[in-house]
Design a protein around this ligand. Structure first.
Ligand code: FES
Length: 244
């Protein structure tokens, strides 16, 4: 056992402040576990979301030390201590409801805009392992919103669909039993896929190791080759709100 200082950004609907707690941790103690410990033993008013505790439900996303966006149930406290402390804040790019609880409504509604669900063809074709490999990683998306939280594009373009959106586009576009085909690329363009700046923060932060930026690149490349997505000659094929 060793001691760690846990700093938590609080919000009660009106004002923001930081609270600090000292807790006992072991090597394997996760952020979710210290949050539950604080809630159960020190401050029952602390709000956060944790359900499956197994990186499956996607509800426990938080920001730590001002830079990393992680699943609380998967992330060890000890590995992220800076001088014996860790700072825990709510995810970015979405409204905070209370303390570490954020409102996921915006990105969930945006998934509706790209028809982020399976539209079956009339005739079902058998799916072989090689077909599955095309979109296998993308089926792992747990809608945690971490890629949405870390994406810098929203500072310049609030209407950008967000990385999570284009993972859904990619997953169904690559499925040979999906009926929408290239209509999915049109939907991606309508949801401003070309605003992506290809910083790869989404790829590096995804707790499921989905190659998010690569998927966006593939959709854009295909769309531009097919004339579905407009090429921007001045920016060498990419059009971004940042001008590069
Ligand atoms: S509690 Fe379900 S993903 Fe973390």
């Amino acid at each position: 056992m060793e001691k760690a200082i846990i700093k938590i950004k609080r919000f009660d609907g009106k004002k923001e402040w930081y609270d600090q707690f000292q807790v006992d941790i072991q090597d394997r103690t996760t952020i979710a576990e210290v949050l539950m410990q604080i809630h159960d033993r020190v401050d029952p008013t602390l709000s956060f979301r944790v359900q499956c505790r197994a990186s499956i439900c996607g509800t426990c996303g938080v920001k730590i030390n001002g830079e990393k966006h992680v699943l609380a149930c998967k992330t060890k406290v000890k590995e992220n201590l800076v001088n014996g402390e860790i700072l825990i804040e709510p995810l970015s790019n979405m409204p905070v409801i209370k303390d570490l609880v954020t409102d996921h409504k915006e990105f969930i509604y945006k998934i509706k805009d790209v028809k982020g669900w399976f539209e079956p063809k009339k005739e079902f074709q058998p799916v072989y392992p090689d077909d599955l490999k095309q979109f296998d990683k993308e089926t792992d998306c747990i809608l945690c919103g971490i890629c949405y939280s870390i994406c810098p594009v929203f500072e310049a373009d609030r209407d950008f669909g967000g990385p999570i959106n284009f993972v859904k586009v990619f997953r169904f576009w690559k499925d040979k039993n999906d009926a929408l085909g290239d209509e999915r690329i049109v939907l991606a363009e309508n949801n401003r896929i070309t605003s992506c700046v290809h910083c790869k923060y989404c790829t590096f932060s995804c707790p499921k190791q989905i190659p998010v930026e690569q998927d966006i690149l593939q959709i854009e490349f295909y769309g531009k080759q097919k004339g579905i997505i407009k090429k921007d000659e001045d920016t060498g094929g990419f059009s971004t709100p940042f001008g590069f």
